[in-house]
Design a protein around this ligand. Structure first.
Ligand code: LLP
Length: 383
């Protein structure tokens, strides 16, 4: 894999630190997104010569400025709901390709999406068996369950019999029979096994498995190998090596040159571009532990509570001061799970200090809630 993560080089540590301190002093909680980082990540993925089309998985972050920046970089957009499709259509030019890949969606969602310019994906026999007329004469994408899942946590693995996603391989023939009866053409094959994957070989395996299935279907023109490109979250984890990923993909492409290759990354584009700013509220010593309270918690960022995800947390006000203790970073929400970070080594904090929770650009704001009727974090773009 590629070079190790160098947290010292993060944009929020260096040139934007004073600006972030000022933003945090004005009001918190605030999500701040750094557009140059989004563009940087986008341009890195555009070096994947094997990939013919990149769709941004909008679910990771739906901020309109981010959607626009990625449209400018030539990305299409993968959407999972009419709401996401509408947000994208309102923000980006009409020329941007759209992909609609819902799961267990109601009939009306498909009916609505079929009247947009989006390419629609199905991952179950049910819509074809019960709503076949809706799809008559259409070209669709079929999402396959390759029988296994992968990812940073059990809850983000989207393959295998324990997951609700995808058509099992053994049902493909039944699907094709139904499709044929309604004049529906399977133009694309799709798989997405999970999120937060740091092994380049994974996408090559998915690609060759889908390509060999495509060979027996006949009508397939493109293969979508999903997203799931991880970013290191623990210091010391290695970054994905994009050049190595390209080599893996080019090898498969050499064997199946007749299919266009699509990918749909979310996290990779936006995770490192976003931080959550909060301010210190109170401290409490309890037994051996020191709790450090900040003015937002699982209501703004649920990933630690839901996946035990690790986000780097720093005291931005005292970034250069020596570490004095070990802290449990907690929010104001009435749940014991409202912990943003455990056992963090930090300088001596004071009420009002601006704390920064890193790598919050993906699946942060979009998964936030109004729990306890706490104010929602605002979103600020810096460019
Ligand atoms: N394509 C499909 C069909 C997906 O379901 C997803 C994510 C993606 C692409 C983009 O995956 P990414 O490149 O962002 O890993 N909330 C979790 C992640 C859930 C991802 C759901 N699907 C988290 O915060 O880690």
């Amino acid at each position: 894999s590629g070079e190790a993560l160098v947290p010292e080089a993060a944009w929020w540590r260096t040139e934007r630190r004073q600006q972030l301190l000022a933003l945090g002093a004005q009001a918190t909680p605030r999500y701040v997104y750094h557009l140059p980082t989004v563009r940087h990540q986008a341009r890195e993925l555009k070096t994947l010569a094997a990939v013919d089309r990149l769709h941004y998985a909008v679910k990771a972050n739906t901020h309109p400025d981010i959607l626009r920046a990625l449209a400018e970089e030539g990305f299409g957009f993968e959407c999972v709901s009419p709401g996401e499709l509408k947000a994208v259509m309102a923000a980006v030019p009409e020329s941007a390709p759209l992909l609609f890949t819902p799961n267990f969606a109601p009939r009306e969602d498909y009916a609505w999406a079929l009247n947009t310019r989006a390419t629609v994906s199905l991952d179950s026999l049910y819509p074809m068996a019960h709503w076949g007329e809706l799809f008559r004469g259409r070209e669709i994408v079929l999402r396959i369950d390759l029988g296994r899942g992968l990812g940073h946590h059990e809850k983000v693995r989207t393959g295998g019999s324990g997951s609700k996603f995808g058509l099992p391989v053994e049902s493909i023939d039944a699907f094709l029979k139904l499709a044929d009866a309604h004049g529906v053409i399977v133009r694309g094959l799709h798989a997405h096994l999970g999120s937060g994957i740091l092994d380049e070989a994974h996408w090559g395996e998915v690609y060759s498995q889908l390509a060999s299935l495509a060979e027996r279907i006949g009508s397939v023109a493109f293969i979508d190998i999903g997203g799931g490109l991880g970013v290191p979250s623990h210091p010391g984890e290695a970054r994905l090596d994009i050049a190595a990923l390209d080599r893996v993909l080019r090898e498969v492409k050499a064997a199946y040159p007749h299919y266009k290759l699509w990918m749909e990354p979310g996290r990779y584009l936006v995770a490192d571009a976003g931080v959550l700013l909060a301010r210190v509220t109170q401290q409490k010593g309890k037994g051996a532990l020191r709790y450090l309270g900040i003015d937002t918690g699982m209501n703004s960022l649920i990933r630690p509570a839901l996946y035990e995800a690790w986000h780097e947390i720093v005291n931005l006000t005292r970034l250069d001061e020596p570490v004095t203790g070990l802290f449990q970073i907690v929010g104001p929400i009435c749940e014991s799970g409202d912990v943003l970070g455990t056992d963090r080594r930090l300088p001596e904090p004071q009420e009002g200090d601006v704390m920064l929770i890193a790598q919050a650009g993906a699946y942060g704001k979009v998964m936030s809630s109004e729990y306890n009727m706490r104010d929602a974090a605002e979103e600020i773009i810096i460019d």
